[in-house]
Design a protein. Structure first.
Length: 620
């Protein structure tokens, strides 16, 4: 009974095995046929156990050399913000025998990062971990990166290529239609170099950082100054509020000045930026134009020391794009500009400091005005107060070809669109021209100024008018109220008066039988009064009253003249050259009513002198 039972059991096992083996084979074939689906399910379950949030993948297929994914997306929370990644058309090449991943190709990748500053109280101070690229090459045909920062949106749209270079260094290139960004990171994150190039060619800047894995770090920057300004103005990588909003027209104006200018900067720290020493230099032809030194201690106390040194011609070219249109024709032939800036920011306090700008040996031509050996000083005694003290001096100031003023002296203070004029004077015609001290609101028009004349020599004044038939002697004072607006000058009811007796002579063509002209041939005046008006359109009017006598006319009896002189003075005061037909005006008015110039009665004997005739009968 034992043997048959054993044989029966063996036959039953063989029958069962014969039936189970095909079933198992069919099951294995089914598993192999659906291996991608099963692996996709397993990967999804595995990814859910990682730090990735809501990971999804689809369209997985693979063989012994390559795996493909139609789509893969996930979210990730980091200490500095939330990252969202969505990728399509992924291809991964690998070598199972060597257990390495050769390359990964992504058709499209979209990265969105919402920057959120980490809480300083929980920020770790550990050293940066080394970066290890697990594959030899990563290529993204279409890459869209959006980073939402507190300063605005930063984005990039282009292509990317990341590869393992020599000695396992990581080399990455990000390129769009306008720029190529090349990044190289040495093994162990010891050195990183970033270079930005303009396409199709041209370097913008290069940034190099060394010893990044250690507390002691060094960073250096080398850039073409104009290219760097253009990049910061237009690159979408720079957040909007940090972007330099400079119009294209201004960049074009700066191009001749900055095209050959290089910027270099260096910074170093010995304790992970708890302290920092930095230096920046702007150079042209290896000559330093601007130098800035910065030091930071305890991450909060900052000191800045800046030095500026350049030729006045370069300084004018630099600021000319932002000067009023009337300065477009200004030229500087010589001069030197030097400046100093000092800033200090204590712990948790605002900046305070000082700034000075000195311009010496200035030779400036502004229209018909020429300044020689000028000196200009701008001083900001406290940056927090925003007040600027202005001082200007010039030993000579030329107007036109012959008129020369001397001892120009200006002192003023500027604060919040208000100019406090303390002193503004120059010596001219052996006298002084002076603007009265005043507070001027620059944002309000018209600007009101009062020009005073003191002890001006009449002989020199008349000579400057270039009327050879008119001459005179004496001294005059005056007060001229001016209104300035939009480049126009308006003078209403200005007063000029003689301060001492003098002589006025007219030797031009005239009717010698006319009493007025006879008197004007050698008029000894004791009183001179004039009212002056000048309009923005160039029209002027001079109401002149003279009281005096000519010893050769009417036996020297007193005479009175009232002359109204009008004309056109284009760009008066801007050019400093008077124009008009004064001779013709006097000739016409004196000959029109010669009988209106009337003699006074002879003075009686004794000390009593007669009064001059009334103004009832006089030249108009």
């Amino acid at each position: 009974m034992t043997v048959p039972n054993a044989l029966q059991r063996r036959r039953a096992w063989r029958q069962t095995a014969a039936m189970a083996l095909p079933m198992l084979l069919l099951f294995c074939l089914a598993l192999w046929w659906q291996r991608a689906v099963l692996l996709e399910l397993l990967l999804q379950q595995f990814l859910k156990q990682t730090a990735l949030i809501s990971p999804t993948l689809s369209g997985l297929s693979f063989d012994h050399k390559q795996a493909k994914l139609s789509a893969f997306s996930f979210d990730l929370a980091t200490p500095t913000g939330d990252l969202s990644v969505a990728m399509q058309d992924l291809t991964i090449d690998y070598d199972l025998e060597k257990r390495i991943v050769d390359s990964a190709d992504i058709g499209h990748a979209a990265l969105k990062f919402n920057y959120r500053p980490a809480d300083k109280s929980v920020t770790k101070t550990a050293e940066n971990p080394p970066i290890n690229l697990a594959l030899d090459r990563l290529r993204i045909a279409n890459l869209d990166v959006d980073i939402d920062t507190p300063w605005g949106l930063s984005n990039f749209a282009g292509q990317a290529h990341v590869a393992r270079g020599a000695a396992d260094a990581i080399e990455a290139t990000f390129q769009d239609a306008r720029q190529a960004i090349r990044l190289k990171i040495d093994p162990g994150f010891t050195t990183a170099a970033l270079r930005v190039e303009r396409l199709p060619r041209g370097n913008i800047f290069q940034l190099t950082a060394t010893q990044l894995a250690l507390p002691t770090k060094q960073i250096s920057l080398n850039a073409d100054a104009l290219s760097l300004i253009e990049w910061f103005s237009s690159s979408l990588l720079i957040p909007q509020s940090l972007r330099t909003n400079m119009p294209t027209s201004d960049l074009a104006k700066l191009s001749p000045l900055l095209s050959a200018t290089q910027l270099s900067a260096n910074a170093k720290t010995t304790n992970n930026f708890a302290t920092l020493q930095a230096n920046a230099v702007l150079k042209r032809d290896k000559e330093s134009l601007l130098t800035i030194d910065l030091s930071m201690t305890n991450k909060q106390t900052i000191d800045v020391d800046g030095r500026l040194e350049m030729l006045a011609t370069e300084a004018l070219d630099l600021i000319k794009p932002w000067l009023p249109a009337m300065t477009a024709t200004w030229t500087v032939s010589s001069g030197k500009v030097q400046g100093n800036l000092k800033l200090h920011k204590p712990n948790n306090q605002n900046y305070f400091g000082t700034a000075q700008l000195h311009i010496t040996d200035l030779a400036l031509m502004a229209g018909a005005v020429k300044i020689e050996n000028g000196k200009l000083e701008l001083n900001i005694p406290e940056l927090a107060n925003r007040a600027v003290d202005l001082s200007a001096e010039a030993p000579t100031l030329g107007f036109g070809k012959e008129l020369v003023a001397r001892k120009l002296n200006i002192k003023a203070r500027y604060l919040d669109q208000e100019l406090s004029l303390n002193q503004a004077s120059l010596a001219l015609f052996d006298g002084t021209l002076e603007l009265l001290p005043n507070k001027i609101l620059l944002e309000q028009t018209p600007i009101l100024l009062t020009l005073q004349l003191h002890g001006v020599d009449l002989s020199q004044l008349l000579n400057s008018l270039h009327y050879p038939n008119i001459s005179g002697t004496g001294k005059i004072d005056g007060e001229l109220p001016l209104q300035l607006s939009a480049g126009a000058i308006d003078l209403q009811d200005g007063i000029i008066s003689g301060t001492q007796p003098g002589v006025l002579r007219y030797v031009g063509p005239a009717d010698n039988q006319n009493i007025a002209f006879k008197a004007l041939r050698n008029l000894v005046y004791r009183n001179l009064q004039a009212k002056v008006n000048y309009r923005p359109n160039g029209n002027y009017h001079l109401g002149l009253r003279l009281e005096g006598s000519n010893p050769e006319v009417l036996s020297g009896h007193p005479l009175a003249f009232n002359l109204n002189i009008s004309g056109q003075l284009p760009e008066l005061l801007q050019k400093g050259i008077l124009a008009g037909d004064l001779e013709r005006t006097i000739l016409e008015q004196a000959t029109a009513k010669p009988a209106n110039v009337e003699k006074s009665p002879k003075p009686p004997s004794g000390d009593q002198q007669p009064k001059p005739p009334s103004a009832d009968r006089r030249s108009q």
